[in-house]
Design a protein around this ligand. Structure first.
Ligand SMILES: NC(=O)c1ccc[n+]([C@@H]2O[C@H](COP(=O)([O-])OP(=O)(O)OC[C@H]3O[C@@H](n4cnc5c(N)ncnc54)[C@H](O)[C@@H]3O)[C@@H](O)[C@H]2O)c1
Length: 146
């Protein structure tokens, strides 16, 4: 299948494009380079990848996919998991406001479309993901991108 990935120079797309190529798809990556500027990606010279510099608002081919895990995690669980990685051995404490009446309590992404159309299924655990994302965020903060 030929897939258009918007925001192709971004964080999520970096993983998504690799997966799509791994599964044999042909990928066109579109990005206006507004966030990180020109970047080298590992798949830039992949024979089934083509990079286009442009604005997604000009591309009418949009299809939405949830490419996250279908596993639900609360913000509190996420905060605690991040804290334990950043401050091992330091007890986790939190304060919170009283929730609004209609606050979403649990969010469970619908991922069947990505599986059906792209053959993509997220198998990375939260723990593994945090081990990759935390150093990436630290680096981006140092670079002044965040
Ligand atoms: N990172 C997450 O955990 C997460 C979770 C849920 C949803 N999302 C959503 O997924 C999307 C991508 O997230 P990300 O973390 O990869 O963001 P990112 O900022 O790393 O990447 C976004 C990319 O889109 C490009 N871009 C912005 N406007 C554009 C336009 N008009 N045309 C073409 N390219 C454009 C930027 O240059 C950038 O490279 C965002 O909409 C974000 O809100 C992210």
């Amino acid at each position: 299948m030929k897939v258009l990935v918007t925001g192709a120079a971004g964080f999520i797309a970096g993983y998504l494009v690799e997966e799509l190529l791994k599964h044999g798809h042909e990928v066109v990556g579109l990005d206006n380079l507004s966030k990180y500027g020109p970047l080298e990606k590992s798949y830039d010279r992949h024979p089934r990848y083509r990079s286009v510099t442009g604005d997604a608002k000009d591309a009418a081919l949009n299809e939405d996919f949830n490419i996250s895990t279908a596993e639900s995690t609360t913000v509190l669980q996420l905060a605690e998991a991040i804290w334990k990685k950043l401050k091992p051995g330091t007890p986790f404490r939190f304060v919170s406001d009283t929730p609004f009446k209609y606050d979403v309590q649990r969010r469970v992404p619908e991922v069947s479309k990505a599986r059906r159309v792209l053959g993509f299924e997220c198998r990375t655990s939260l723990d593994t993901m945090l081990d990759e994302v935390i150093p990436w965020v630290k680096n981006q903060v140092e670079l002044g991108n965040i």
